[in-house]
Design a binder for this molecule. Sequence first.
Ligand SMILES: [Fe+2]
Length: 272
Amino acid sequence: MKKESKYESHKPNKDGIVTYSDTENETWDFLVSRQDRLIQSRACKEFIRGVELLNFTNKVPQHFEVSNVLREHTGWAIEPVPAIIPAQEFFELLANKKFPCANFIRTKEDIDYLQEPDIFHEVYGHSPLLTNQAYANFMQEYGKLASTVSGKVRMRLFRLFWFTIEFGLLKENNEYRAYGGGILSSKNETVYAIDSDVPERIDLNDPMTAFRTPYRIDILQPVYFVLNQLDDLFKLFDHDLIALAKESLELGNFAPKFQPKDTTTNSQSVMS
Ligand SMILES: [Fe+2]
């Protein structure tokens, strides 16, 4: 069932420019300033480098400004979308080196968390690593692979996407660092994922474990999967991911490490 949202993309003018209000620009500036401080000791070096390359100002960026930087480094671009889009369209865009992104920004009431992927989540959380070739290559190949399946198998591929692109950790000089956009666009999750002793952190050597691990989208994650380095993302393709996804459906889920409120496998929510 689709939830009604108060958020919807702005209509750009004929030159593709969106005019943001002072309040919206203040929200962007507040979020970027706060997150810039938090990520210094918690994001992987490739992410921090991407943030530097994007050189955000105190105003909400226009899509074309972000695309110009991505194109220069990896050939990627932002694809404007009105809001959440269907799964097939989402993965086909990735396969074509286009990252779907709405242009609305959260209100002050939702400053620390919102379920809908806004421009802060998409642009601050994901686009820095789209300047990195290893990450960009993974995203494109994942888009190609996931475009070929549907139904429950695709939902399993969302799950691996969730544990990598959204909530992935890696090791850097024997310390945990985040590369997942869901972590790095969230103040609370950035601190929790790296600093807390509570969550479980599991090496992502065997994607089957991730395929069988359920998650909820609306809580701090009880489990994070860890790569040895960002370049190892692409090594996931050494496995036959579709075969593993199918097998994981037969084997079933591990017991959830969260209260069973809403064991979300809502694909719409993952496509952020
Ligand atoms: Fe996302």
